[in-house]
Design a protein around this ligand. Structure first.
Ligand code: C2O
Ligand code: CU
Ligand code: CU
Length: 492
């Protein structure tokens, strides 16, 4: 098939694309190169009517029980839907509220008919408590996750981490937020109570009244995406607000979808924190890209709006050199229902962060994440790190405890975005060359996921100072991760 005809298909659905038949598809794919193949795939978000009110997940404390189970939930605008959750008749899990220094015991009861476990994404916990893919809880089993909270205040993420089924379980609803508090943050008196919102943004594909997880070969490659954008499990929700400043924590809990977050009136907002808690000073921006697994903590200022004004949190178009970012869509509606005066001012200093520099690193490791797929047929496509697919029996990197290293994620020859995530420790982003060419305002401070767009080489600096043991690092596009784009490191 000639290339021009093939690309013309980009206006059609995936289904018509697949009607070509797998054989033709693979041949065509080999001929034209994976990169172009990926560019040819459209995924369109379908917005709802923004009438269902947003709500926050229930809050639980440091001693609680999560029951992984099948749930049937009504999703307004979509209908009654089969999904997974950690609590009765609810998509997602409760928000776990923790304080620095506290001891936590979280019990997981597995009522699924397959293995599951929980990874405490962003928390620094002992290796045997981290939800390593080796440590699973069998169907019918129970496990007590015990750790002490040695983590600065911030928004973290919990989800299953079973090799091969992480993507499916997360997509079907197993995920939740962890909020850690500490004295440094409390002293700032940031907006709280009804002026503090926490949003888990996820795209879902719903077919036959179930959250459908059945990626095609192509969707394994690009990552699985859905047409419906849910916030805290609610499709196209509305949030009523006062004319005041709000603290909004945002987690991108999607498997693969990247958002370029902005407000529909183009209003500026202040980034006050991200993956690892508060950054040192607020960064004022008009948009911010958020990849799967990344968190953002912002102050949105609704004080200049009038009664009944409506603005949307939306995702704007961005360049990801791939199928992503080509469509603009609305995520959440804010509507002003009360005029008040608000005296809150964003502190000019938020937290103190010791900046690490190149010279402090003992050594540098380089990881090729480009996955030079372009000449490989789809049938044997694997996502890799340094050309290797995840092997639980292989230790890829050995690191000395309490050393500092720089790691380079090299996607300079790649054609897909890869949000790279490290377990067990957090890092600072030192540099980005190629692509966007610089560190984004949302990437200051402590991070545990860094987005490497096609063409980019990103350097991070990591102090390995939390625990010894075996941890993993991987691409947080969960299809890529389940497909093998994960490696293991041991801290000795
Ligand atoms: Cu949020 Cu290893 O993952
Ligand atoms: Cu993690
Ligand atoms: Cu990836």
């Amino acid at each position: 098939m000639e290339r021009k005809g093939f690309l013309r298909l980009s206006g059609y659905s995936i289904t018509s694309f697949l009607m070509l038949g797998a054989g033709n598809l693979i041949t065509a794919c080999k001929k034209m190169g994976m990169g172009n193949m990926i560019n040819a795939m459209p995924i369109n978000v379908i917005e709802g009517n923004f009438t269902e009110e947003l709500h926050m997940p229930p809050i639980v404390g440091n001693t609680s029980t999560l029951i992984a189970q099948a749930v049937i939930v009504p999703i307004a605008g979509i209908g009654v839907t089969k999904a997974l959750g950690y609590q009765n008749q609810m998509l997602l899990g409760p928000t776990i509220n923790l304080s620095l220094g506290q001891a936590a015991t979280i019990t997981l009861i597995n009522q699924l008919n397959e293995n599951t476990n929980i990874h405490w994404h962003g928390l620094k916990v002992p290796a045997n408590m981290d939800g390593h893919p080796d440590n699973v809880v069998a169907s019918g089993g129970t496990f007590n996750y015990r750790f002490s909270v040695g983590q600065r205040a911030g928004s973290y993420f919990y989800h299953p981490h079973v090799m091969g089924t992480t993507a499916k379980q997360v997509f079907q609803g197993l995920a939740g937020l962890i909020i850690v508090n500490d004295a440094e943050e409390s002293a700032l008196k940031l907006p709280s109570g009804t002026r503090e919102l926490a949003l888990i943004i996820q795209d879902k594909k719903i077919v036959n009244k179930s959250i459908d997880y059945s990626p095609t070969m192509m969707e394994q490659m690009t990552g699985f995406m859905g047409q419906s954008i849910l916030v805290n499990g609610i499709y196209s929700p509305i949030q009523f607000v006062e004319t005041a400043k709000y603290r909004i924590r945002i987690l991108n809990g999607s498997n693969a979808r990247i958002y370029n977050l902005a407000f529909s009136n183009s209003a500026a907002f202040s980034i006050i924190g991200n993956d690892g808690g508060l950054i040192s000073e607020p960064e004022v921006v008009n948009e911010a890209i958020l990849a799967p697994g990344e968190r953002l903590d912002i102050i949105a200022d609704f004080s200049t709006l009038s009664l009944d004004d409506e603005i949307y949190l939306m995702s704007k178009i961005f360049d990801a050199g791939s199928v992503q970012g080509k469509q603009e869509f609305k995520i959440l509606k804010f509507k002003v229902n009360s005029k008040v005066t608000d005296s809150f001012k964003i502190p000019s200093t938020l937290s103190s962060i010791t900046l690490l520099s190149n010279g402090m690193a003992l050594r540098t490791r380089e990881f090729d994440i480009a996955n030079k797929n372009d000449n490989i047929g789809m049938s044997n496509m694997k996502h890799t790190i340094n050309g290797k697919s995840f092997d639980p029996n292989r230790i890829d990197e050995k690191v000395s405890f309490s050393s500092i290293e720089t790691w380079i994620f090299d996607n300079s020859k790649g054609s897909e975005p890869h949000p790279m995530h490290l377990h067990g420790n957090s890092f600072q982003v030192l540099s980005r060359t190629g692509g966007r060419g610089s560190i984004m305002p949302s990437e200051k401070g402590w991070k545990d996921v860094v987005l490497c767009m096609p063409g980019e080489k990103v350097k991070v600096i990591i102090p390995f100072n939390s625990f010894t043991g075996k941890y993993v690092f991987h691409c947080h596009n969960l299809e890529h991760e389940d497909n093998g784009m994960m490696a293991q490191y041991e801290i000795l």
